[in-house]
Design a protein around this ligand. Structure first.
Ligand SMILES: *Cc1c(COP(=O)(O)O)cnc(C)c1O
Length: 438
């Protein structure tokens, strides 16, 4: 018998000798038997922490609780526990109590960008909709760590309705990202209701669901769930694999079901010190993902939430990893490396520098091998002047309301029809002087 199957069997028998392995693939059984305390963890893995360590672990749990599905627990290899990537993502470390002076309570300002409970509206055309406050496993690197275990509940229909109303009243929202907690903690019926209500809003073009279930509890991806999802297409699912060891037979099966139902799959990885901060590990992971029809979407720089200090890498590490991917492997196996800016600035992509110089009609580029090359730009390219009147334009997209479109940020400085010449920070001494003298 394979090592991981032996571990599964041992764990299942210790949890409940009578039912054991036959229940293993029942996701509700898994949820009922999530490990929430150190004693059970020790028993199931046949290990013992020393008393001092134990004390600091207990202290950590008081602030940041523990929950591991038996399935995810069975992926831990206890012979090198401290370096085990599964263990590190699932089991608390006393380092979580170390507060760095740069840590922030809500680094992404999700609470302040929230017009109604459950909705974070940050970007012009899409919203994050938190429809679950619960997870089967509490990832130790959770960006919403401040909330983990707080309100262990799923918002009722009345509360969800407020979010739905917000979306219905905002015709600019064309993309709704269901998040949480984990949306797949909801029952199939409840999800079906939410998806039906969202689909009834004409301007909602795509629905995305962010869930770690394919990784931490793949048995949640049942035929019944998939049948619910595919009724509401286009539905995209983004999941969260961080290490190739998480790609198991069971998780592959979950991904297959989703992909076979026509659901485009993406993956978000968090760059984590000691877990996956190695280009070989990540390249292996991304290859395994595309083999299973999952497109690596984002590689996140670990953000500034409290309790994550020990997981953070330098940004240089992320750039080094991108350097080892771009050109070296299939473009679709390479995620976009992003930093989610503090205070709600949103995701900012980071790449090594490829354009090293330019003249009026040439760009000088370097490739992944170090070849320095020049690209000659056309002499006679005439960009189309945009007055925002599609009727006056030869390009074929006849928008009625083009003149109402507002340009934002750097794009605003680039468009023809806007006379703005600078974006100026609000509080500079120069401007204060101007005000006092004017
Ligand atoms: C990440 C995120 C989104 C989605 O961003 P994409 O780049 O479109 O994937 C939307 N809203 C919030 C608040 C987010 O953090």
């Amino acid at each position: 018998m394979k090592a991981h199957l032996v571990r599964q069997k041992n764990i299942a028998e210790k949890i409940s000798p009578e039912v054991a392995i036959s229940n293993w693939k029942d996701w509700k059984w898994q949820i009922r038997h999530c490990v929430n305390d150190i004693d059970t963890f020790e028993t199931l893995l046949d290990i013992k922490f020393d008393p001092e360590e134990r004390k600091s672990l207990e202290e950590t749990l008081e602030k940041f609780p523990l929950s591991i599905t038996p399935y995810y627990l069975s992926l831990i290899q206890a012979d090198d526990l401290k370096n085990d990537p599964i263990f590190m993502q699932a089991f608390p470390s006393p380092s979580e109590l170390i507060l760095s002076k740069d840590d922030m309570h809500d680094p992404l300002s999700e609470d302040s960008d929230s017009p109604v409970p459950g909705i974070t509206h940050r970007y012009p055309d899409r919203v994050l909709f938190h429809i679950s406050n619960v997870c089967s496993m509490y990832c130790r690197h959770c960006t919403r760590k401040r909330k983990v275990g707080d309100v262990d509940s799923v918002p009722g229909k009345e509360e969800v309705q407020k979010g739905l109303d917000y979306i219905a009243n905002h015709p600019e929202v064309r993309d709704v990202l269901l998040s949480g907690g984990d949306p797949f903690m909801l029952s199939d019926e409840y999800l079906d209701w939410i998806l039906t209500e969202l689909r009834a809003i004409p301007h909602v073009e795509v629905i995305r669901i962010g869930s770690r279930m394919p990784v931490v509890l793949p048995y949640r991806i049942t035929d019944e769930l998939v049948n619910v999802l595919k009724k509401h297409h286009p539905v995209w699912v983004n999941t969260h694999f961080n290490h190739p060891r998480e790609v198991t037979k069971s998780s592959r099966e979950a991904l297959r079901k989703l992909a076979d139902a026509g659901i485009p799959l993406g993956n978000q990885t968090v760059l984590l010190s000691g877990v996956n901060d190695c280009y070989r590990i990540l390249k292996r992971l991304f290859h395994k993902l595309v083999e299973n029809r999952v497109r690596p979407y984002y590689l996140y720089q670990c953000d500034l939430s409290e309790g994550l200090t020990h997981f953070r890498t330098s940004v240089g590490k992320g750039i080094e990893i991108m350097e080892h991917l771009v050109g070296h492997t299939s473009g679709f196996a390479i995620p976009t490396y992003v930093i989610d800016a503090p205070e709600g600035g949103g995701k900012i992509p980071i790449l090594p520098t490829y354009m090293i110089s330019r003249s009026t009609n040439r760009v000088i580029l370097r490739n992944y091998e170090g070849v320095i090359t020049s690209y000659k730009e056309p002499e006679d390219y005439k960009p189309v002047y945009c007055s925002r009147e599609c009727d006056d334009c030869s390009l074929q997209l006849k928008l009625d309301d083009a003149s109402e479109y507002k340009s934002v940020g750097i794009a605003k400085l680039l468009v023809d029809h806007d006379e703005t010449l600078s974006l100026v920070p609000g509080e500079t001494e120069r401007l204060e002087r101007r005000d006092s003298e004017g």
